[in-house]
Design a protein around this ligand. Structure first.
Ligand code: PEP
Ligand code: MN
Length: 341
């Protein structure tokens, strides 16, 4: 619920409203604006209605938040949220490049990739240490050793890292190394895990579930926000559909729709979105044109030897060419993006 006070309302009037909200066990959000004070109240709307805030003389209007996602709703916060991963800001004017291999496979592989993607313009290094695989017989990741190699690559290049957390039991283990958690598509509705990362202040890259509607996707973000972690970046990575000619169906249209519905940054993952190496470049360009705040791309020094997702990974050369093209599209939509040139 949003409570808008009249323009002549004072700070002490605002305090009365805040106290009433606190009395029923909810937490008020104080949002002073240029002209008017706005107070947000998140929680059971029925309890809030009983407060009859409308009857207070200094209250102009009480607006229910009709959407189930409240904290991440654009109605609730008009300005874009900027998520900082170390000193990299996602959600501002710069379109942020995140790149690296699907899986961390060796110290040499991750360091080599990190150096190459940094040179090409990447600002954050990706790499899976814990891999959620469809088959239990497939490579599951180097786990703790993989985290160590990521740390080495960060030391070598200065790039912050994003890596997947697959279980809430790994919160401390992954949390002590990573600069950003990745919640994978398969865990997009693992509510225990969402709550666990929500209890930290570490930024979260939240992938869309393969069958998540816009509302389900935003409710997953709401789980993290409502636990007290505002640092969520949404990532479109393709959904299941009847169209089986690509690995997933990359839903470009959700990017501008999300930008309208939420203040959280939105990035695109055309690697998993298409699963086809040749489609990664056109879909990356399209995602930036559609308003994405960043693009995450899988890059491997020798994709043909990769232990996972080799068929969709770019070589460092392919990637460097692509960042050059992405910079041009970014400019055409009044943004900018770093590249090697
Ligand atoms: C990944 O990023 O390597 C990954 C497994 O992604 P997703 O969860 O989108 O399938
Ligand atoms: Mn992958």
């Amino acid at each position: 619920m949003i409570i808008v006070l009249k323009s002549n309302a004072s700070e002490s009037d605002a305090q009365i409203v805040r106290d009433k909200i606190t009395e029923i066990g909810l937490e008020p959000l104080y949002l002073p604006g240029e002209e008017k004070i706005v107070i947000g109240a998140i929680g059971d709307e029925r309890k809030l209605e009983k407060l009859e805030l409308k009857s207070l003389s200094f209250v102009e209007r009480v607006v229910p938040i009709l959407k189930p996602y409240q904290l991440c709703n654009r109605e609730f916060k008009k300005d874009n949220t900027i998520v900082k991963v170390k000193d990299v800001a996602i959600g501002g004017k710069e379109v942020i490049h995140i790149a690296g291999p699907c899986s961390v496979e060796s110290e040499e592989q991750i360091i080599k990739t990190a150096i190459a993607v940094k040179k090409a313009g990447a600002k954050i290094l990706r790499g899976g240490a814990f891999k959620p695989r469809t088959s239990p017989y497939a490579f599951q990741g180097l786990e703790e050793e993989g985290l160590k190699f990521l740390d080495q690559a960060r030391k070598e290049t200065g790039l912050p890292i994003v890596t997947e957390i697959v279980s809430e039991y790994h919160l401390d283990l992954v949390g002590k190394t990573t600069d950003m958690f990745q919640i994978g598509a398969r865990n997009a509705q693992n509510f225990r895990l969402l709550k666990a990362v929500g209890g930290t202040k570490i930024p979260v890259l939240l992938k869309r579930g393969p069958a998540s509607s816009l509302s389900e996707f935003l409710m997953a973000a709401e789980y993290i926000n409502s636990e007290g972690n505002p640092n969520v970046v949404l990532c479109e990575r393709g959904i299941k559909s009847f169209f089986t000619d690509t690995r997933n169906t990359f839903d470009l249209s959700i990017i501008p729709l999300l930008k309208k519905e939420t203040h959280l940054p939105v990035i695109a993952d055309p690697s998993h979105g298409t699963g086809v190496r040749d489609l990664v470049a056109p879909m990356s360009l399209a995602a930036i044109a559609a308003g994405a705040d960043g693009v995450i791309i899988e890059v491997h020094p020798e994709p043909e030897k990769a232990l996972s997702d080799g068929f969709q990974q770019l070589t460092p050369d392919n990637y460097a060419q692509l960042t050059g093209r992405m910079a041009l599209v970014a400019e055409s939509v009044q943004r900018f993006a770093t590249n090697s040139g």
